[in-house]
Design a protein around this ligand. Structure first.
Ligand code: TUI
Length: 311
């Protein structure tokens, strides 16, 4: 039986804050860690010097463990992996690819690696190459997603590996935590709900778009080019889906045009607050997020609700 994820990582609640590009910086991550969860700084596509600054800020703001998320599609992934070792961050999560080539370096530095995985095959591979745990992320999640739902994915991965499994995608409250544990998960990762944390630097327009969202307001773009992304429906996603429909009818769809259509769109929404033309990445639980709260309030409310559901 695997040890408790809280003991392994030195945290109080088995709640990870999703590493969300442009959103999860030092302020949010340190607030989550100070509240007893696992705060995660997302490297996204940012260069290493920017992330170095965030790591230093987080170190100054919390003495609790926090992690760095390496987005493996980033052109700066190599530098960030190296930086993490230089700065002594002890926990790394990865997304959007395989961290296989860094595993030796991480092991030598005593880093615990927790990759996000979208399938049983990839989860098994990660366990084999030394991952401490895996995050099984269902397609209810926001941002770059796989093909399976959390409900189907988590128990299959729990059965396939003997390391702890953290459930992600579609979890926003204590009922979701209880469900994840019922599926065999050892913890949860929550993204969308932490976007509206008071300590989160996302533009207020982005937060309000999540707070106003209804159940069916997210769409998946980019699927025909192989990189599906879930975001709130807006003018940008409507144009994107129209482009996909047009290209799909062609004998030779211009996949490059699809891949690059939304370049810079996440920054436009998070930083500039352009929620019409930007990419407002959010999960299917956006409609369950109804108000801004501190990270501590979010964690304590979720945990309190979980304890009641369990009782
Ligand atoms: O990474 C995410 N979600 C993200 S990354 C991101 S930044 C971005 N912006 C624009 C376009 C694309 C990305 C926004 N949201 N979630 C974790 C995740 N990882 N979901 C799925 C995967 C994944 C997919 C394939 C993990 C591994 C994998 O393959 C591994 C292999 O062996 O190839």
């Amino acid at each position: 039986m695997s040890k408790d994820i809280c003991d392994i990582l030195g945290i109080e609640y088995p709640i990870f804050q999703g590493g969300m590009a442009w959103i999860s910086e030092a302020g949010l991550a340190s607030a989550v860690s100070n509240a007893g969860g696992l705060g995660i700084i997302a490297a996204g596509a940012a260069p290493a010097d920017v992330i170095k600054e965030e790591i230093r800020k987080a170190k100054g703001a919390t003495d609790k463990p926090f992690a760095v998320n390496i987005m493996l599609m980033s052109p700066h992934a190599d530098e960030i992996a190296q930086l993490r070792c230089d700065e002594g961050v002890k926990i790394v999560t990865t997304g959007a690819g395989s961290p296989a080539k860094y595993m030796e370096m991480f092991a030598a530095a005593g880093v615990k690696v927790i990759p996000v995985v979208p399938s049983v095959a990839i989860a098994k591979k990660m366990a084999r190459i030394g991952a401490t745990a895996v995050i099984a992320e269902g397609m209810e999640a926001g941002g770059h997603i796989g093909k399976l739902t959390t409900m189907a994915l988590v128990p299959q991965i729990v059965d396939a590996v003997d390391i702890p499994v953290i459930a992600a995608g579609g979890i926003a409250d204590g009922r979701g935590v209880a469900a994840a544990f019922a599926l065999g998960a050892s913890g949860v990762q929550i993204g969308t709900r932490f976007v509206v944390a008071r300590e989160c630097i996302a533009h207020d327009n982005y937060k309000q778009a999540i707070i106003k969202a209804k159940d069916i307001d997210t769409v998946i773009t980019g699927a025909i080019a192989g990189h599906p992304v879930r975001a709130l429906r807006n003018r940008m996603t409507s144009k994107f889906l129209e482009l996909e429909r047009e290209e799909a009818l062609k004998e030779k769809p211009d996949l490059e045009k699809i891949e690059t259509f939304a370049a810079g769109a996440l920054r436009r929404a998070v930083v500039d607050g352009d929620v019409a033309e930007g990419s407002v990445m959010a999960g299917q639980v956006a409609a369950m997020v109804s108000k801004e709260q501190t990270a501590k309030e979010i964690i304590e409310e979720i945990w309190g609700q979980y304890m009641k559901v369990r009782a």
